[in-house]
Design a protein around this ligand. Structure first.
Ligand SMILES: Cc1cc2nc3c(=O)[nH]c(=O)nc-3n(C[C@H](O)[C@H](O)[C@H](O)COP(=O)(O)OP(=O)(O)OC[C@H]3O[C@@H](n4cnc5c(N)ncnc54)[C@H](O)[C@@H]3O)c2cc1C
Length: 622
């Protein structure tokens, strides 16, 4: 053991000093003389990963808030942002600052695992002791997987069984009341404080409107390791109203816990996706960046509910719909992702069903993912996808949710259900990989396990299999808001429509469109597809895919023959055919007449229908 220990605490997705088991461990290092609180501003995230302005802005605010909290405890402390890839800048810091220990919170997702393995190897070579401590989830996902027989957890029930075997969730760690000073921050061994240049394609080039000076110096423009700004990255301001930071996160947490009845009776299915004010906690961005500790929320709820139960005022809700159930789902996905290779894609993913979606990922001959994704030959699917992403599908509920997502970086869970179902198995039959990618870019709370996990759930590719249950594009939002507040806010061109047509303006008579100052087809689009026809077609195709029963790791998927196999199956079952409601009704009637010996079906349906094909979309109930 060195006579004097000098540590770097490496912050990643744990931007807080409360409830931090890793920080507690760091401060307990024997003979600890100094701690440098560092953040590596990793260019892989800045250039190699598509990230929207809202998430960048939230992250910067959270870094600043953490830095302020450190300074509050010790005036000479702050967050030191070192700009460059961790494997490059950490060794420079170790050598320049005489570091003996590197401490960080464990992160078990696929990308972090590979990065951290590289860092641990480098540290070992340099004689720096690594202390890695679990704290991001209720239970360490790697431990969950181990107890689950090295298998991913695919149901909540399964996860709960494992959790019971592991034992009780610890109480939040103490918040430190004092912190040691930092060591020197001179970069003696770097040549010197040099500019870093990203070698690959800048995937965020599209949103960079100004000059990018972010990596001109390792220690920042003034050499003081300051938190970067949106301007330094060449970005304009974010649009979200959600403010980042551990202080904001704790305020939100306290507000939630301050209403014991709401905590005790929280029931996710009864919250409203249509509400203008979030009807759930909106804690996800703070949980994602670790601005609040997960045990603070868990034990906060436990304690509040215990007290409330004593009042005998009512019945508390239970899992999975209560708050504990929500947090358990998060852990379930984390353990599934930790165990399952290729969790973020179909190819090579053993838990994901193969369905012949349009616009799946494209790979090169070596099997590597091609990024950015080249445009597909399927123009109809590309156009549907663009309309979905841009909030111009002609279905106001879908468009409002997608516009809110882009503007705020957050939408309600059941709004996520609606748009995910619509894009995949509900109507568009487009790969969940495309939807996941857009969420990955725009969500502030983007999580590498919860995002793909929920997309697989919603598309009935894994976790959930009831593909015949599809969200109505008009009936579903109307259940919680007949007036359409969210649509009126995010699709302002529709704001003057009467309630009757707010979710289906294409059905409004011309006179109503005129008096609502919005002509469908001119000021707002017609629906891009027929809701019911496409729904039936999707269900029939899903049925085929389930019957064929391939998963992402099947030989046929890896060799590229699976799509044809499913197309053959659809040809056999007729699942690919489009039938309008009217056609279906006519066919049924024709069948009946045929059975009674009355004429030729073809003749009869053609005569009754006038012409073959779809009826006008705008006449249909959306
Ligand atoms: C297609 C799709 C993609 C999603 N992608 C993400 C994602 O990238 N990141 C993310 O945090 N959540 C994701 N979710 C889950 C869920 O929608 C959000 O966690 C939730 O809406 C956040 O709002 P809240 O904090 O108000 O949630 P609350 O209902 O208040 O729940 C509290 C916390 O529980 C956790 N939680 C709740 N539901 C889930 C769930 N189904 N899966 C995982 N964790 C959950 C979150 O950490 C959330 O903050 C996704 C859901 C869908 C349907």
């Amino acid at each position: 053991m060195p006579a004097e220990a000098r540590a770097i605490y490496w912050f990643r997705t744990d931007l807080r000093i409360t409830d931090s088991p890793a920080l507690t461990k760091c401060l307990a290092i024997p003979n600890l003389k100094s701690v440098n609180f560092a953040w590596c501003w990793d260019p892989n995230y800045i250039y190699g990963h598509r990230v929207g302005l809202n998430r960048f802005s939230f992250l910067l605010e959270s870094m600043q808030s953490l830095s302020d909290e450190l300074t509050k405890v010790n005036k000479s402390q702050k967050l030191q942002v070192v700009r460059g890839p961790p494997e490059k800048v950490l060794p420079i810091m170790w050598e320049s600052w005489g570091i003996t220990h590197l401490v960080f919170e464990k992160d078990a997702n696929e990308y972090a695992k590979v990065r951290d393995a590289r860092i641990k190897k480098l540290a070992e070579e340099k004689g720096v002791e690594v202390i890695e401590v679990h704290g991001r989830h209720l239970y360490d996902p790697e431990q969950v997987v181990k107890v689950n027989g090295n298998k991913p957890t695919m149901t909540l029930h399964q996860w709960q069984g494992v959790a019971q075997k592991i034992g009780k969730i610890p109480r939040p760690s103490e918040t430190p009341k004092k912190l040691p000073d930092p060591n020197s921050t001179d970069l003696k061994h770097s040549k010197k404080d040099e500019k870093y240049k990203w070698p690959g394609e800048d995937l965020n080039a599209e949103i960079r409107t100004g000059k990018d000076t972010c990596y001109d110096r390792m220690s920042g423009p003034k050499g003081d390791y300051s938190v970067p700004t949106m301007t330094e990255m060449g970005f304009s301001d974010a649009t979200t109203t959600i403010k980042g930071g551990t202080v904001e996160g704790h305020k939100r947490l306290d507000t939630f816990l301050g209403n014991p009845e709401d905590v005790a009776t929280f029931s996710k299915p009864h919250t409203a996706p249509t509400s203008l004010e979030p009807s759930t906690t909106l804690l996800s961005p703070y949980i994602k960046f670790g601005c609040i500790g997960i045990r603070e929320l868990w034990w906060g709820c436990k304690d509040v509910i215990e007290e409330w139960s004593k009042t005998g005022k009512g019945k508390k809700t239970s899992e999975p719909e209560n708050m504990f159930g929500q947090l358990e789902f998060r852990d379930m996905y984390a353990a599934a992702e930790t165990a399952q290779e290729n969790f973020q894609q179909i190819r090579g993913n053993a838990v994901c069903r193969y369905i012949d979606w349009a616009l799946q990922n494209q790979y090169n001959d070596k099997g590597d993912l091609i990024l950015p994704r080249p445009r597909d030959d399927d123009e109809e699917a590309e156009e549907r996808f663009a309309a979905w992403r841009e909030g111009r599908t002609g279905f106001p509920w879908i468009d409002a949710c997608m516009r809110q997502l882009k503007h705020e970086g957050w939408i309600h869970h059941l709004a996520r259900h609606s748009v995910a179902c619509f894009l995949t198995r509900g109507q568009c039959y487009i790969s969940w990989e495309r939807g996941m990618e857009v969420f990955d870019e725009w969500l502030i709370d983007w999580d590498p396990a919860s995002n793909p996990g929920n997309w697989m759930w919603l598309s009935c590719s894994a976790f959930f299999a009831q593909y015949y249950r599809v969200y109505g594009l008009v009936s579903w939002p109307a259940k919680t808001d007949k007036h359409g507040e969210l649509v009126r806010k995010y699709c302002p061109e529709l704001k003057d429509f009467p309630d009757k047509y707010i979710y289906s303006p294409h059905l409004a008579p011309e006179s109503v469109q005129k008096s609502s100052n919005c002509i469908i087809g001119k000021d707002y689009p017609f629906p891009i597809l027929d809701e019911h026809v496409e729904k039936d077609r999707c269900i029939a195709r899903l049925k085929d895919a389930y019957a064929v029963g391939l998963h992402g790791d099947a030989k046929e998927v890896l060799e590229g023959t699976a799509k044809q196999m499913l197309e053959d199956k659809h040809a056999e079952t007729g699942a690919g055919e489009v039938k309008s409601d009217k056609e279906k009704k006519d066919l049924k009637a024709a069948e009946k007449r045929k059975r009674s010996g009355d004429g030729n079906i073809e003749d009869w349906t053609t005569k009754k229908q006038g012409k073959k094909g779809l009826g006008p979309v705008e006449k249909r109930d959306g």
